[in-house]
Write a protein that binds this ligand. Sequence first.
Ligand code: PMV
Length: 344
Amino acid sequence: NTKHIHRSGWRCPSNIALVKYWGKRDFQKPMNPSLSFVLRNAFTETSVELHKDGDKKVAYYFEGVESPFGERIENYLNHVSSQFTWINKYNFRIHSHNSFPHSAGIASSASSFGAMALCLTELDFMHSGRETDSFEFWQKASELARMGSGSACRSVYPGFSIWGETQLFESSSDYHAIPLLDGVHPVFSGLRDAILMVDSGTKEVSSSVGHRLMDDHHYQRSRIAQAHQNINELYLALLTGDLEKFIAVVENEALSLHAMMMTSNPSFLLLKPNSLELINRIRRFREKSQIPVCFTIDAGPNIHLLYFQENEPEVKAFIESELLAFCENGKWIDDRIGTRPERL
Ligand code: PMV
C-alpha cells in the first residue's frame, strides 16, 4: 500500500464510425477521413498512478485482475515516451474497467486508449503546469489516443467527430480528431443505437490485419474517393437533418467496409447469416413503417440499429418482436449518442 506520486483518472466513451476508417498510411495515419459518434453507456474508466516502487514498468489491472493487456500498454508507453521526459522516471500502476461485458462484442480499444490517453495528457499537463481544460488539452489527448488505436482518437470529444484530412475543414488532421460541435441538426441529439449481438466470440481477423490488407487492395483508390464523397454528404445531412441522405450514406459505408474485407487478398468474411437476416429485416421495417431506422456495422458480425428518440416505442417493439430471435441469447445493448469524457 505504497504512496503514489501522481494520479489521473478518466471515464472515456466508446465510439461507432458512420464513415469508416479502414486502411492506414505510415504510422497510425488513416488512408481516408472517418466520422463517428460517441456512445453514452459503453465506456472505460481508467486510473493511472505514477510511483517509484518496485521494478515493474507497468502493472495493469483489468477489472481488478492483473492483465496481459499491460504488455500492449507498455509498448504504447515506449512508443510515446520520447514526447514525455517524465515517463521514464516512473513506474505505472493502471486500473481499468469497462461498463460493458468483456464478451459484448463492443470494441473496447477505442474507449480504453481514449481513457489512457486522457490520463497521460493530464499527467503531462500537470507536470508542466499547463491548463487542463484547453483546446490543446483535448487535441493532445486525441493525438495520443490515436497512437494506441486509430479509432480511439474520435472518443475524446462529445457527439460527432471527424478524423483525417478532409476538404470539409481546414482544421481536420490525420494526427488527431476534431469535434463537430456547431451546427449539427437537433434531431441527432436524439440518435439511438441498439447494438444487436449476433456473435460475441473473438474476431477471426483482427482490425490491424484488415487495415494492412488495404495496402495493396484492388479497390483502394475507389474506396478512398468513396469515403471522401460519403463524408461530404453525411456532413451535409447532419447539418440539414436530411434523414434519407443520412440513412443512405450510413448503410453504404457499413456494407462498403465489409465489401473491402470480402474483396481483399486474402479475403475474409465477418458477417454471419443472422447479421444478414437483421439487415434485411431492418430495411423491410423501414419500407413498411416509413420510420427512419438504419444499420451500421463495425469490424464484426453485430448490427448497430440506429434510430431516433421520437420513434423509440415503435422501434423497441420491433426489436423485441422481430429481431431478438436473431441475436445471440436474445442479447442487445440499449445505447445512444453520448457526451464528453469525465474526470474521475
Ligand atoms: O482503431 P482500429 O485500428 O481498431 O480500427 C477500427 C476500424 C473500424 O472500427 C472498423 C472503423 C472505424 O472507423 O472505427
